[in-house]
Design a protein around this ligand. Structure first.
Ligand code: 13P
Length: 286
């Protein structure tokens, strides 16, 4: 494995018009599940964790776990902090050695977001880490961060000025996707991706990957979404897989935790395989 490479991985994907899957994990088993899928399909992969997971397990522990598990596979992997509005958590992740982070400033005004994002980029550069930026609220709550309403969108030229002034590496725009399951087909604004790529010159990040159709992925990736976040599908796979085994255990009245974790892990691996295939990253691990 090679680590520390979020920028290189996403940059290569952007140039080649495929996307790096960024899977949210929450423990050792889910981390191994997505690394296993990436290894089987020879795909680079980003492992990401929420602020909630950092609070529950600790940034240093997550980094050590990531390094131990990523060493077991031969594909490029990086560790990323997802949606983080809190500067103290960003500092903890950088000090622990995370490769990249999403500074989520969508709760700030444009001017405040600009000042703070510039500071975060400067701080991250000192650690060699990459910064993803979000200033437009993407609908849906991800592990306690976010809102059920989509926030306002900025004009493409304002986003262009923001990216130039802050030096962020990737931008996560609002284009109609949402975190969690879709209750109705999303109304996407794919042309916004082309305009943002044109205005900023940097890779765009697609949030709300769970539940999008293969044709939408192909279209959005082709336009310049080079990192695609998938969380709910991994969590659902894990818990549904585990639940099947729990029912089995109850039927037999035989309670064996390793069987529970094996079933949960395999189902999460299958969810990751499905997404890797749709994002075109299979076979791209150099
Ligand atoms: P989903 O839970 O819809 O896959 O979204 C994940 C995400 O965008 C994490 O930032």
């Amino acid at each position: 494995m090679t680590t520390g490479a979020t920028r290189e991985m996403v940059g290569a994907a952007f140039a080649g018009r495929y996307a790096i899957p960024a899977f949210n994990v929450f423990d050792d088993f889910s981390m191994r599940a997505v690394l296993q899928a990436a290894a089987e399909l020879d795909s680079p992969v980003i492992i990401q964790v929420s602020v909630k997971t950092v609070r529950s397990l600790g940034a240093a522990y997550l980094r050590a776990l990531f390094l131990a598990r990523a060493r077991e596979v031969s594909v490029p992997a990086a560790l990323h902090l997802d949606h983080c509005p809190e500067r103290a958590v960003i500092t903890a992740a950088l000090e622990a050695g995370f490769d990249s982070l999403l500074f989520d400033a969508s709760d700030r005004s444009y001017d405040a977001a600009l000042v703070e994002t510039r500071e975060v980029v400067e701080q991250a550069r000192g650690f060699g880490a990459a910064v993803e930026s979000e200033i437009e609220g993407i609908r849906g709550v991800e592990d306690g961060v976010g809102s059920e309403e989509e926030g306002g969108r900025y004009s493409v030229s304002r986003v262009g000025r923001f990216v130039a002034a802050t030096g962020v590496d990737f931008f996560a725009p609002a284009i109609g996707t949402a975190h969690g399951r879709y209750s109705a087909a999303p109304r996407l604004s794919p042309e916004r991706i082309n305009a943002l790529v044109e205005a900023t010159g940097i890779p765009q990040v697609l949030h709300g990957g769970t539940g999008l159709a293969a044709v939408d992925f192909a279209d959005l990736v082709g336009r310049g979404c080079a990192k695609v976040n998938v969380s709910t599908a991994i969590k659902e796979g894990y818990l549904r897989g585990g639940y099947g085994e729990l029912r089995n255990a109850a039927e037999k009245d035989h309670w064996d935790p390793p069987r529970f974790f094996a079933a949960a892990t395999e189902a999460a691996t299958e969810a990751a395989r499905t997404h890797i295939r749709m994002l075109g990253s299979a076979g791209k691990a150099a």
